[in-house]
Each structure stands twice: as C-alpha cells, then as structure tokens.
Design a protein around this ligand. Structure first.
Ligand code: NAP
Length: 300
C-alpha cells in the first residue's frame, strides 16, 4: 500500500515531529494537519509544518492514505468522530497514544468501518506544543504497533514501513501487553518522579530554595520527567489504570524491602541491589537507547 498523503490531527510535540520527519524523509508524500487549537494551527502555519493546515479536521484528512491522531489519550474518541466524515474508505487510521488498549477500543467504536492500527512511538521529551518538535525524534527509537487480529496484513506492513522511514525500529505486540510493559518502563517512572518532586518541595524541614539550590544531588534528574505535560499524563494514568496499579503494588513491595535493609543495616542487600541497577543502566546505553556521556551529557 503506497502512502502518498499523510494527515496529522494534533500538532503538538509528537504530531509536529511526525510532520517535520515526513517533510524531510518522505519528500514524495504530502502532509496535511489540523489541531483543535486555533493558536496551534497559526503557529504550525508559521513554522511551515505541513503542506496545508485545515481548520476543519474532516478537510485535513480528505484523500489521506494514512491519518495519525496525535492528541491526548482522553481526546482520541472525539478527534476520531470529528474527522470521520472526511476519511477515505481505505485510509489507514493510526495514533501515537501512550496507552493502547483503551485507545484501541475508543477508535474501534468511533470508526467501526475503517482500518484502525494503533501505534505508540516510544520517544518524547518533557516539552509540548508545535515548536517543541524535531524531525529526528524517532531516530533509533522503538515504535510499537498493536494491530487487532483482523487488521489487514498489507496495512500493518505499510504502517511499519512508514515508521521505519521516519527512522524508528518497529515492534508489534498485543495492546494489553504494551500497556503492562509501558506501565513499568514509562508510566511508573513518571508517577515516581511526580511524587518525589511534589514531596521534596513540601518537606517542611527543608526550604524550597534549598531543594532547588542543592538539586544537583539527584533531585533535578527527576524534575525533567516531572515537568512533562500535565494533561497528557493525567489521561495516561486514567487510561492505563489497571497496569499502573499492578506495577505500583510491586514497586511498593520492593521499596519496603529496601526500607528494611536500611533499617537493619543490611549492607549486602543494598550493595547487591545497586549493583544490579547499575548493570541495567549499562545495558540501556549498550542498546543505543541513551547517551553514554557522564551526567547525561551536561557540560561542566
Ligand atoms: P501536545 O504537545 O500537548 O499536543 C497535543 C495537541 O493536540 C495540542 O495542541 C492539543 O490542543 C491538540 N488536541 C487536543 N484535542 C484535540 C482534538 N480533539 N482534535 C485536534 N487536536 C486536539 O502533546 P504530545 O506530547 O504531542 O502528545 C500527543 C500524544 O502523543 C498523546 O496521546 C501522548 O500520550 C502521546 N505521546 C507523547 C509522548 C511525549 O513524550 N510527549 C511520547 C509518545 C507518545 P489543546 O492544547 O488546545 O488541547
């Protein structure tokens, strides 16, 4: 299946990065866009993100072979319903939502007669909006497709090829499994960062100015994650509730183990644990999923 026209609904960090990457890497494809926010549409026009930006989502998706919804998870259903009248019958509809089972259900209900293949590029930053995007965001990162059992094989292959053309590596898995994996690798870390940053700034014995002044001791690395978009993350936790709660239960048990080791002065337990976690950091670098430069590449 050839993809000659791509339409992107939602032109924030992820949508604008896709638009930039398509313009750079798929010069024969045209790209149209829409965003619910008039201010974002104006900004996208100024940035020259797409060949055309439409005020009406149904106009933006007209004639598109591939339509990608890049809106918060809780807004997928309404975005799908709003664009539905303009869709080609054989268009591939996909998304980039950070949770998959709920989004797959919502899209299947909103577009029962279309080819829907949910997807999640596991790439991002703590910034939002059209100016925050960049064309290399997906390079070397994984994009997980979660096609339903009845998804046409050629459409899945076309969507895989699209993400590979943007520089991503593609994996296919069941939506429920995706949600469990991402609860561990993304959603729980965000929850922990949101908690630590909130707790540290509320500790009465330590002033807020001290928390900021001495943040290089570790705190500031959590603040990058905790600066992520509040609306996006509100929706992710509500949509992936069960997997997040199951993972959180396990985390709380492990935290209790470490708490006991500290209280009992169990040096071996602590050292073993920290040795294992250091090895995990090294495997992430070996896999090319982070920069080996010390201190996350900060200049000193
Ligand atoms: P973002 O920068 O906040 O952009 C989302 C855009 O969608 C906003 O401009 C928003 O406008 C617009 N929008 C909301 N509802 C809409 C609708 N019904 N129709 C059209 N536009 C609508 O968010 P993002 O970071 O790009 O995230 C987009 C999606 O990517 C989310 O589902 C998220 O889970 C997923 N994702 C994010 C990351 C990441 O690191 N950020 C990584 C992978 C996947 P308003 O602001 O006016 O609502």
């Amino acid at each position: 299946m050839a993809i000659g026209k791509v339409a992107i609904v939602g032109l924030g960090l992820i949508g604008s990065s896709i638009a930039r990457a398509v313009q750079e890497r798929l010069p024969f494809a045209s790209v149209s866009g829409h965003d619910a926010s008039a201010a974002v549409r104006d900004q996208a026009r100024e940035l020259g993100l797409c060949d055309g930006i439409a005020d009406d989502p149904a106009v933006a998706v007209a004639d598109a072979d591939l339509v990608i919804l890049a809106v918060p998870v809780g807004r997928m259903a309404e975005a799908a319903a709003a664009m539905a009248p303009g869709l080609k019958v054989d268009a591939i509809i996909s998304d980039v939502g950070s949770s998959k089972a709920g989004v797959a259900d919502a899209l299947a209900k909103a577009l029962p007669h279309h080819i829907v293949i949910p997807a999640h590029p596991v790439a991002g930053t703590e910034n939002s909006g059209p100016a925050a995007g960049f064309s290399t965001l997906f390079e070397g990162r994984w994009c997980i497709l979660t096609p339903g059992v009845d998804a046409p094989v050629d459409a899945v292959a076309a969507l895989s090829g699209f993400w590979e053309a943007l520089g991503a590596k593609v994996e296919t898995m069941d939506a429920g499994h995706h949600d469990m994996v991402l609860a561990v690798t993304s959603h729980l870390p965000h929850l922990i960062a949101y908690t630590i940053v909130g707790t540290a700034s509320e500790l009465e014995e330590v002033t807020e100015s001290e928390v900021i002044k001495y943040s290089a001791g570790g705190f500031r690395d959590f603040t990058r994650i905790a600066a992520s978009d509040p609306v996006m993350w509100r929706d992710v936790f509500l949509a992936n509730r069960d997997a997040v709660l199951a993972t959180l239960q396990r985390f709380n048990e492990d935290l209790t183990v470490l708490q006991q080791a500290i209280r009992r002065g169990d040096a071996d337990k602590l050292e073993d644990w920290f040795t294992r976690t250091r090895a995990i950091r090294r495997s992430i670098i070996a896999e090319g999923q982070d920069d080996p430069a010390p201190d996350f590449g900060r200049r000193h």
